[in-house]
Write a protein that binds this ligand. Structure first.
Ligand code: DGP
Length: 125
């Protein structure tokens, strides 16, 4: 079964310039911008420009150039935000997928969170 991508999702609209965003970094294949509802002092979303729903979709079907660009863009955002282990106190990356992952926007995004202690990874169910 192939992955279905809805090009009316909010991040597709951001990529088309139809709605504004606060850009942190733009590269050939990736865009990073601030989350509209930040949950930590650093809360940046990093998305590929390609039409991928989730990380598994991206890792399966993206080109090597896209994968390298996206991976490096995530690292560069961490550097720009001062949360790397070389310059700061660390961060958390989260990428939600599908209904069990509670993904609201069906375009691959990695949340980069930092700037304060983030607590345990998951709340107890
Ligand atoms: P997720 O549950 O992983 O799909 O998280 C989606 C995130 O997207 C959530 O933290 C809020 C954020 N978000 C939703 N709409 C917008 C928007 O229009 N602009 C920005 N910058 N962030 C948005």
């Amino acid at each position: 079964m192939s992955y279905a991508y809805d090009d009316q999702n909010i991040f597709a609209k951001i990529l088309r310039g139809e709605i504004p965003n606060t850009t942190v970094l733009e590269t050939e294949h990736s865009l990073a911008f601030r989350d509209l509802y930040p949950q930590a002092p650093t809360h940046v979303l990093v998305i590929p420009k390609g039409a991928y729903v989730s990380y598994d979709h991206f890792a399966t079907e993206a080109s090597e150039a896209e994968i390298v660009d996206y991976t490096r863009a995530i690292a560069e955002v961490c550097r720009l935000e001062g949360v790397t282990l070389t310059a700061g106190e660390g961060f958390r990356m989260i990428s939600n997928a599908g209904s069990h992952g509670v993904q609201e926007v069906p375009h691959l995004h990695v949340h980069i969170l930092g700037g304060r202690p983030l607590g345990r990874m998951l709340a107890k169910a």
